[in-house]
Structures are given as structure tokens and as C-alpha cells.
Write a protein that binds this ligand. Structure first.
Ligand code: GLN
Length: 470
């Protein structure tokens, strides 16, 4: 059920926050043993909050599922890692959690993810496997795979995820739900466990575009605790939602519709594009010439920042600590060796390498320059069009177990979602039908819509139109 209809029912007295939580608990008991979206939940604490919920607030009495890399006071925050799974409890609320609470929402449930949000399948979680509710043999996508799978499985009403290079949009596409990555600086990251600080954003995964707008409305806005969070007013994301796309110019980048896209994905995305044109949008062929460098650029910058951010996991301050160290170095080394999984180690090694003396100029500085070119591609495009349309991922959800084959192949599948983070612009994934793929008869496909920096209002309006015609 959508946030708006739940809210109406709550205000009309047709249901209560406790009844909603009870239904969620039943759904989780019935299905989540198979889906594996939840890492933990504290039903008793949520019930206590439900009892004193203020229903007049925008999200009054509504439970929201939280990716397990966002701190919620007193709850675990494992980041899908053995490092934090043993003994870490959050000593404070992230700003988005504080804002959710101020809007009456109940943060309920901690959702599985790739370890420290590194991955696109949730298979890098050190803690459990999450399955795609549309086909239990397949990945839910990632890294916000638990958040997306729970919304699709109707074991959550709406969820928060984080997106560094596609981690909200790609699982949303694979699970057939809506996922919004806000512009860099739109939403505070205070209390989000940092992966790559120049790329990370928190955003909603929901059943509908309207629900995404409602959640963004609550979590967006300035925060003195995050200096990268912009001190600019938050517009009303709901009022213009149904204004349609008539007269809007929508760009089709030739680089995003080239070889390598599954034919079923292409068919569904092109059908969604034509449906928007039929509603009066003008289609414009554009080019984003530096697209081919996005994967290489991202996989230099993101690991570089990760290697620095993850240096705080040292066995001293919190999380895993190796037993009986012989000296300080041994404590650091074994705590990290035992606490981190293979993908996190790969990223730390890559990141340390590209930042090291003698390689810094060849890799890290070079990547920063290419990043500027990628951002300029978008600036030039947005001088001509209001938004850009593309697939979210080249294929629908692949089968579980593919990760072992080749990490590079996995990185390449992020081709359409990385550039928006490098450019800092906003982006949304909207379901656009299903397709047969690799032996499965009907897997969800996502349409990606990209908007200029802080262009969320128009982005949501286009997404609403795309959703209405599917
Ligand atoms: N798949 C990308 C990566 O592995 C993006 C992950 C994310 O957005 N957190 O880094």
C-alpha cells in the first residue's frame, strides 16, 4: 500500500500504526525467510513508537525500512560486514533518521546490502543472501538489495537506501520498484557510513513515484552536521507531480542505447520513451561523449575514497578486534584481515594503489580530470534538454552466484548508473514493464531518468508520467 493511502486510512481511523506493524511482522514471517531482505528488526521498540505516533505528521505512524549502513540510535548497523556485525550499536541517529522521526515515521528494520555498499548484487554481504522476489534464483541487485527486495516483496512499505554509483536505482530496476538518487548535496549523509564521500547520497526506494516524492520531501534539506549538504530551500515535490511532460525536451544519449543492451531491456525502455513522446514530450538525440570512461573513472575514484574512509576500521575504536595481538601492527592487520570480505579488500588495495606516490598522477589525478569532462557532458546536454532517458542496467537481474566469475564484468554492468554520481546530478529508476531473460519469463526492467543538479521536482514529474503509462 502506498504512503498516501496508508496515511488516509490512518487519519480515517481505518487502521492503526500498531496494526500496520502487525501486518508487516506477519508478511516478514511468511516470506522473508526465503527473500532474506531483513538483517534485523526490533518489533518491540517499533511497537512502543507506534503507540505514541502523531498521525497528523506527514509520515505519522508509518514504518520505514533502513539500509544497514545508516545509523539508527541503539540499533545494529552492520554494513553487511563481519567487522561491525559482532558488537556495534549506533550511538546516534543519522540526520535522515532524525528527519524521518520528526515527520512521525518509525524506522523499522535493517536491510541487507553488499558489504559497505560495494557491489551490485548484494552477494557481497558477509551476512546473508537476499533473493529477488520475482525469481528466487536471482539477485535483487545492489547494493541496496535488501531495501529493494523488501518493498517488492511487500514486507516493507518504503525504504531508504544509499547510492554511490547506482545502488538505489539498479536494485529498484531489478526488483520492479521506484528508486531515487537525489542530487549531491540535496540530502545529508551525516550518519551514513561513508563509502565514497564525493559520490554517496541517501534516497528512497518505494512502490510509487509519489511515495518517492513524499520521502524526499522529508529527508531533503540543509544540515549543519554535513558540510556538503546544501543550504538551499527544498521545493514542494508533490504539487507539480501530475503536470505531465507536454513541452518538455527529453534527451536520448546515443552512448546509452548502443551495443551490449539486452534486446528485451531495449524494447521496454524504448516503449517507455515512445509513451512519453505520445504524452507530448519532445525527443531530442544527444551525445554524452565521455560515457565510455565512466566505469574506469568511477573505479579509480570510488576505491580511492573507500581506502581512506575505511581506514577508521582499525580494531581499536569499534567493531571487530583480533584476539591476542602481539603488537599494534598485528592488531591492525589481523583485525582488518578477519573483518573485511574479499570485495572490500580488493577496493582498499585498488584505492591505496591509485593514491600512492608515483601512481597518483597517472590514475587518481587523471580520473579527476575525466570526471570534470563527464560533468561537462551533462552540463552541455542540460542546456538543450530538461531530462535524459536511458536504461538503468544493460540486463535484467542475473542468477545468483555469478559474482565468482569476474569482478570486471560486474563493474561493467554499472555502465549506465555511475556517471550521474560522478556528475552530482539527480537520477531515478522507474519500472517500465517486464521481459523474458536467460530462462526467466518475466523480469522487471527499469527506465532511468536523469535530471540536472537539484532538478528533482521536474525529474519526479517525468517519472510520474512514465509510471502512469506503463
Ligand atoms: N556497484 C557500484 C559499486 O560497486 C555502486 C555501488 C553503490 O552505489 N554503492 O561500487
Amino acid at each position: 500500500m502506498s504512503l498516501s493511502s496508508l496515511r488516509q486510512q490512518l487519519l480515517a481511523g481505518a487502521t492503526t500504526p500498531a496494526a500496520i506493524l502487525g501486518q508487516l511482522a506477519e508478511a516478514i514471517a511468511a516470506r522473508d525467510g526465503h527473500t532474506g531482505a531483513y538483517l534485523s528488526h526490533d518489533f518491540a521498540a517499533a511497537m512502543a513508537e507506534a503507540e505514541r505516533a502523531d498521525l497528523t505528521l506527514p509520515l505519522g505512524g508509518i514504518p520505514i525500512a533502513i539500509k544497514d549502513n545508516i545509523n539508527v540510535l541503539g540499533q545494529p548497523c552492520t554494513c553487511g560486514s563481519r567487522f561491525l556485525a559482532e558488537n556495534y550499536r549506533s550511538p546516534y541517529d543519522a540526520t535522515v533518521i532524525r528527519k524521518l522521526r520528526a515527520a512521525g515515521a518509525i524506522p523499522f528494520g535493517r536491510m541487507n546490502l553488499d558489504e559497505f555498499a560495494m557491489g551490485s548484487s548484494t552477494e557481497n554481504s558477509a551476512l546473508q543472501t537476499t533473493r529477488n522476489p520475482h525469481d528466487g534464483a536471482r539477485i535483487p541487485g545492489g547494493s541496496s538489495g535488501g531495501s529493494a527486495a523488501a518493498v517488492a516483496d511487500h514486507t516493507a512499505i518504503a525504504a531508504l537506501g544509499s547510492d554511490t554509483g547506482g545502488s538505489i536505482r539498479q536494485p529498484a530496476a531489478h526488483c520492479g520498484v521506484v528508486g531515487l538518487k537525489p542530487s549531491y548535496g540535496r540530502v545529508s549523509r551525516y550518519g551514513l557510513v561513508a563509502f565514497a564521500s564525493s559520490l554517496d547520497q541517501i534516497g528512497p526506494l518505494t512502490h510509487s513515484v509519489e511515495d518517492a516524492a513524499r520521502l524526499l520531501q522529508v529527508i531533503a534539506g540543509p544540515d549543519p552536521l554535513d558540510s556538503t549538504c546544501l543550504d538551499v530551500a527544498v521545493p514542494d515535490y508533490l504539487s507539480g507531480l501530475d503536470e505531465g511532460v507536454k513541452g518538455l525536451k527529453l534527451g536520448l544519449p546515443k552512448e546509452y542505447f548502443g551495443a551490449g543492451i539486452d534486446p528485451g531491456v531495449r524494447r521496454q525502455v524504448e516503449a517507455a520513451v515512445q509513451a512519453l513522446a505520445a504524452q507530448g514530450a519532445e525527443l531530442v538525440d544527444i551525445s554524452l561523449p565521455h560515457t565510455a570512461y565512466a566505469v574506469a573513472t568511477y573505479y579509480v575514484i570510488a576505491p580511492a575514497e573507500a581506502s581512506s574512509n575505511l581506514s577508521r576500521f582499525d580494531g581499536i575504536r569499534y567493531g571487530h578486534r583480533a584476539a591476542s595481538p602481539v603488537d599494534l601492527l598485528d592488531l591492525y592487520q589481523r583485525s582488518r584481515e578477519e573483518g573485511f570480505g574479499p570485495e572490500v579488500k580488493r577496493r582498499i588495495i585498488l584505492g591505496t594503489y591509485v593514491l600512492s606516490s608515483g601512481y597518483y598522477d597517472a590514475y587518481y589525478s587523471r580520473a579527476q580530470k575525466v570526471r570534470t569532462l563527464i560533468r561537462r557532458d551533462f552540463e552541455a546536454a542540460f542546456a538543450r534538454v530538461d531530462a535524459i532517458l536511458s536504461p538503468v542496467a544493460p540486463t535484467p537481474a542475473r542468477k545468483l552466484g555469478g559474482l565468482a566469475i569476474d569482478p570486471l564484468q560486474e563493474y561493467l554492468s554499472d555502465i549506465f548508473t555511475l556517471a550521474p554520481n560522478l556528475a552530482g546530478i539527480c537520477a531515478i529508476s522507474v519500472p517500465c514493464g517486464v521481459t523474458a531473460f536467460d530462462g526467466a519469463s518475466a523480469l522487471p526492467v527499469g527506465l532511468q531518468i536523469l535530471g540536472p543538479h537539484l532538478g528533482e521536482a521536474t525529474l519526479l514529474r517525468i517519472a510520474r508520467a512514465a509510471e502512469a503509462c506503463r
